[in-house]
Design a protein around this ligand. Structure first.
Ligand code: IPE
Ligand code: IPE
Ligand code: MG
Length: 235
């Protein structure tokens, strides 16, 4: 697994899917699946640091996930909150800068406060940016951006205006988007930012995603010929 030979991305976005199915397959509750999902997040963050990734965006909860049972929703937020509580110091020491993407004000107060605290305390860190997409929906983000621009009095807008009003303001577009669990859709994830992203789909359920899985995705990415509408390299 020599990542040094690879042409690495700067920004990886991950649609962490399959926690529920991972658990049900093992006769466990969906909540256990979400708990084990956090273990995969830890491995992913550590590997991202090791390879020198600049930005890691993790899709944790979508604007559509409110359709789920309250018990599951509450469970997910509790798991995220506890994770931030226990691992924050270690991440801060490692220079991680935490950002969020999504309408976090609508989250329960406890997790909202925790997220803000993490963002504020790490805002000057220079290491890996861990961008947590939580209560995030790309359509919601775009509408919010347009409304911001209207409030600013804009009569017409440039691409940069829109970019500067997205949650991802200041971040490079994701070079690679990984989705686990075999589903092949974006489910409202970074629709604008993914215009030229490379996609990697794996059947692996998120809790089983590990360093080796991440390396496999990076290896595949490394082989892609990104043209951005330009010429083929060799034909
Ligand atoms: C992803 O796993 C986590 C969230 C969406 C919060 P799921 O909970 O969607 O797991 P599956 O897709 O039902 O297996
Ligand atoms: C996408 O997964 C959202 C997250 C991973 C947080 P979903 O499980 O909500 O997506 P669908 O319903 O399969 O499209
Ligand atoms: Mg799912």
């Amino acid at each position: 697994m020599n990542f040094k030979k690879l042409n690495l991305p700067e920004h990886v976005g991950i649609i962490m899917d399959g926690n529920g199915r991972w658990a049900i397959k093992r006769g466990l509750t969906r909540i256990v699946g979400h708990k084990m999902g956090v273990e995969a997040v830890k491995k992913t963050i550590n590997y991202a640091i090791e390879i020198g990734l600049k930005v890691l965006t993790l899709f944790a909860f979508s604007t559509e996930n409110w359709k789920r049972d309250k018990k599951e929703i509450d469970g997910i937020f509790k798991i995220v909150e506890e994770y931030l509580e226990t691992d924050f110091d270690e991440y801060n020491n490692k220079g991680i800068k935490i950002r969020t993407m999504g309408d976090i004000i609508k989250l329960p107060k406890k997790i909202y406060d925790k997220l803000l605290e993490c963002v504020n305390q790490t805002c000057n860190n220079k290491g890996l940016v861990v961008n947590i997409a939580i209560n995030y929906g790309s359509r919601d983000e775009l509408i919010r951006a347009v409304n911001n621009l209207i409030i600013q009095g804009k009569k017409s807008v440039e691409i940069e205006d829109l970019k500067n009003n997205l949650y991802s303001e200041g971040l490079p577009d994701p070079d690679l988007i990984i989705r686990t669990s075999g589903e092949m859709r974006l489910s409202n994830f970074m629709l604008f930012q993914s215009a030229y992203s490379e996609f990697y789909f794996t059947k692996t359920y998120w809790p089983s995603f590990n360093t080796k899985s991440f390396y496999k995705a990076l290896k595949e990415y490394s082989k892609r010929d990104r043209r951005f509408g330009g010429n083929h390299k060799k034909i």
